[in-house]
Design a protein around this ligand. Structure first.
Ligand SMILES: CC(C)(COP(=O)(O)OP(=O)(O)OC[C@H]1O[C@@H](n2cnc3c(N)ncnc32)[C@H](O)[C@@H]1OP(=O)(O)O)[C@@H](O)C(=O)NCCC(=O)NCCS
Length: 174
């Protein structure tokens, strides 16, 4: 992803192709229909990238440059060794296993390359596919924050999940 560029915007919006109304509710922390807001969001991500408080990656199949999703680490805190994971796969790649695979790649980077100790995330309680995918990677459900964000203009609960470095099997470990 590059700073607010039309190409980055187009790739991000491509995630929505094939999303039904329910799935769009799971990603309401980004107002994807307002292109100016998405542009501003990409600019902010690029700034965070420069200041090393966030890393944004494009997800591609091995051997291809075609965009099939995006996954990122944000709110990096090196002092305490943690960050937040967020992910959106292209609508045509939901339920394909690629999203779970992309999380494993990101956690390998977070724990192996960056040396973090913990990665956490927040997820809509109704987003069962995402929670199952996170559990497959090793995330544990830790808490439910009541009325912690806004969905459809209303306060909504948020499930917090986390994984520790010691709980994640790094590639190559027996
Ligand atoms: C969340 C996401 C990254 C997961 O990646 P994925 O590649 O689709 O996940 P997978 O196919 O590996 O795994 C999904 C699992 O959920 C299960 N699942 C699907 N729908 C389900 C439902 N309604 N209830 C319970 N489980 C469900 C699948 O059976 C599968 O589990 P299994 O492998 O044990 O059978 C991807 O679906 C996505 O981008 N979704 C839209 C955006 C989003 O929700 N992002 C997360 C915001 S917090």
């Amino acid at each position: 992803m590059t700073e607010g560029s039309d190409a980055a915007l187009a790739r991000l919006r491509k995630c929505l192709d094939g999303y039904d109304a329910d799935v769009r509710l799971y990603t309401t922390d980004i107002a994807m229909d307002d292109l100016d807001e998405v542009r501003a969001w990409l600019k902010k991500l690029a700034e965070q990238g420069r200041s090393r408080t966030s890393y944004v990656f494009t997800v591609c199949e091995l051997g291809s440059d075609a965009f099939i999703g995006t996954v990122w680490l944000r709110d990096l805190n090196f002092a305490d060794g943690h960050a937040e994971l967020a992910i959106m796969m292209d609508g045509r790649h939901l339920g394909s296993g690629w999203g779970t695979d992309a999380q494993r790649a990101l956690l390998t980077f977070a724990f192996g390359t960056l040396g973090l100790h913990r990665v956490e995330l927040g997820v809509n309680p109704a987003n069962l596919r995402a929670q199952r995918s996170y559990e497959k990677v090793g995330f544990r459900r830790e808490a439910v924050l009541r009325s912690a964000w806004t969905v459809n203009g209303r306060p909504a609960d948020l499930v917090i999940m986390g994984i520790l470095e010691s709980e994640f099997p790094m590639p190559g470990d027996g």
